[in-house]
Write a protein that binds this ligand. Structure first.
Ligand code: TEU
Length: 566
């Protein structure tokens, strides 16, 4: 059962599990995941030991962007179930000691939301100024390809949509808009939710006059992103939100802001508890490192040292003030083991466990995206009909219209399409991986016969069991949640190493990135030879490390000792 007398920063020792409802578990055979399916599989989360369930959107939606286009914030879309089902999920999760964080998508609504329907009804509509209308569009491009402006014949003006044309942006300068959002959030808190993940919340403050964006070489549109990201009034809005929504509520909630383009400095401001804005942010630096000048689908090689440099700089940058969200992937990113690990079947499990070991012993709140705990991989997409995601489909349409062939685009899509993360959860090696008795809305990848929960839960040495050990470590060892962080061997090409220390306890995380064995510098292991290996990706790895100072390829070990100093 849940206790409510929590420390304000309870989430520092929490692990969050993200569910993408469309792809988690289908209970009614329509091929699309739903709330009853999640309720039926809460045991999986409880077995993992996670503390929080982050639910991607289940609100009423035309599903143009799979629910990130909301037409009613206070109702559940029938494909996912009913409001009663959601109440049942919240109650069932709470009964298992798991808190529920909802997705708050308020940079934009659906164009089918009554607010927008009224706003577009006439130029003099009382809700006209709830959105951005202009006679002439500026040159901004949408994040999903094409212009960020859609003409409206009826009123002869254009409206702004940074994402799809069915996702018009709300005008947060309008206090009525803000009050409507705060009322909706309070309504969900009354229903028992434990916090919010806030979608692109650092894009809500558009620059006055909406000036054109820079057009780089080969760009079809002006760069809207740098024009709208991290506007100065975002801080004001978040502080007002704290006052208007959370302040007089006895509970301690979790708030995380998704903030593409946020830097370390801004993140420290956004997550400084004294400023009361958000508890943590999702920053994008490490998930953009393999994006070339042509954008996310223009994939460039990414060696571990660049990835390490970025994440360790964020570790050090928020070590004194602020807090990191730790993630390798989510419903918008390709699968971590394929992108940052090695998804060749010989190395897949080891690299999945090694990636998890690094992430879960860093300083911050770790997020597990559904399927990570099984080592699920990217998908060998082949043809345009394999894709479902509006971002990928719009990209193909725009690029082929500009003369590219699908073949030219396939490598980038295989590596970076969001559909890689959206294939059905692989519960069993059976029909449709046990996800549905119907036809799945997106195909189950071919490796489901090998990569599935049934063959891992309770199986010693499996990726799932390794995640269970890591989650337990964060609960049992305060040094993981609260310890200082010391980057080590930052010049080593294949060794990711760092120290944690708290209250006389020290940890040393050592991870070999790559298939070749890694010899750990002897001076780094001085004083650790009789330490306990509290985490190891295999028994052999700990023996080899403590025996000869060598970490086998794609293996990791966490050593624990009590400080000499104490
Ligand atoms: O994502 C915002 C965002 O930055 C991503 O769209 C990102 O740019 C892109 O996926 C990287 O390829 C949030 C949600 O997580 C995403 O699912 C929605 O599509 C988007 O906002 C609009 O709501």
């Amino acid at each position: 059962m849940l206790t409510q007398d929590l420390p304000r920063d309870w989430w520092k020792s929490a692990v969050v599990y993200q569910i993408y409802p469309r792809s988690f578990a289908d209970s009614d055979g329509d091929g699309i995941g739903d709330l009853r399916g999640i309720i039926d599989h809460l045991g999986h989360l409880e077995a993992l030991g996670v503390d929080v369930l982050w639910l991607s959107p289940v609100y009423r939606s035309p599903q143009d962007d799979n629910g990130y286009d909301i037409s009613d914030y206070q109702d559940v879309d029938p494909i996912f179930g009913t409001l009663a089902d959601l109440d049942a999920l919240i109650a069932a999760a709470h009964a298992r000691g798991i808190r529920v964080v909802m997705d708050l998508v308020v940079n934009h609504t659906s164009d089918e939301h009554p607010w927008f329907v009224e706003s577009r009804s006439s130029r003099t509509s009382p809700r006209r100024d709830w959105y951005y209308w202009r006679d002439e569009p500026n040159n901004w491009g949408s994040f999903f390809s094409g212009s960020a402006w859609e003409p409206d014949e009826a009123t002869g003006q254009h409206y702004l949509h940074l994402f799809s044309r069915k996702q018009p942006d709300l005008n947060w300068e309008n206090p009525e808009v803000r009050e409507a959002v705060y009322a909706m959030m309070r309504w969900w808190l009354e229903r028992g939710v434990d916090g919010f993940r806030m979608d692109v919340i650092n894009l809500i403050d558009k620059p006055g006059g909406l000036p054109d964006g820079r057009v780089g070489p080969g760009d079809l549109w002006g760069d809207s992103f740098s024009m709208v990201a991290n506007g100065p009034r975002v801080h004001d809005h978040l502080r007002e939100m704290q006052d208007r929504v959370f302040a007089d509520h006895p509970h301690a909630f979790l708030t995380v802001g998704e903030m593409p383009g946020v830097g370390v400095g801004q993140a420290a401001l956004f997550t400084d508890p004294a400023r009361r804005e958000v508890d943590m942010v999702f920053q994008f630096e490490h998930v953009d490192l393999d994006s070339g000048p042509g954008g996310k689908f223009d994939v460039v090689p990414l060696a571990m040292p660049r990835l390490r440099e970025s994440l360790m700089r964020w570790q050090v940058g928020l070590a004194e003030v602020g807090w990191n969200s730790l993630y390798w992937d989510n419903h918008d990113q390709p699968r971590a083991v394929s992108r940052f690990g090695d998804d060749d079947e010989v190395w897949r499990e080891r690299s999945a466990k090694t990636l998890a070991t690094v992430l879960h012993t860093l300083r911050g709140t770790p997020y597990v995206y559904q399927g990570d705990e099984l080592g699920m991989t990217n998908v060998p997409f082949d043809s345009p009909s394999d894709f479902r995601d509006i971002e990928s489909l719009n990209y193909v349409r725009e690029q082929t219209a500009a003369g590219a062939s699908f073949g030219d685009l396939l490598a980038g899509l295989r590596a970076k399409s969001r559909d890689n993360a959206r294939t059905p959860m692989q519960w069993t090696g059976g029909l449709h991986a046990g996800f549905t008795t119907g036809e799945p809305w997106i195909p189950v990848p071919p490796n489901a016969s090998r990569v599935n929960a049934e063959s891992q839960v309770g199986v010693r040495g499996s990726v799932f069991e390794h995640y269970r050990v890591l989650v337990a470590l964060r609960h049992e060892e305060p040094v993981v949640a609260r310890g200082s962080i010391t980057p080590l061997a930052m010049d080593h090409p294949d060794l990711w190493a760092f120290g944690r220390a708290h209250d006389g306890v020290e940890l040393l995380t050592l991870a070999a990135f790559g298939r070749e064995p890694v010899t750990v510098p002897a001076e780094m292991l001085q004083g650790w030879t009789d330490a306990a290996a509290v985490v190891t990706t295999s028994a052999g790895a700990a023996t080899s490390l403590l025996g000869s100072g060598v970490l086998p390829g794609w293996e990791a070990v966490v050593l624990r000792r009590v400080s000499r100093a104490v």
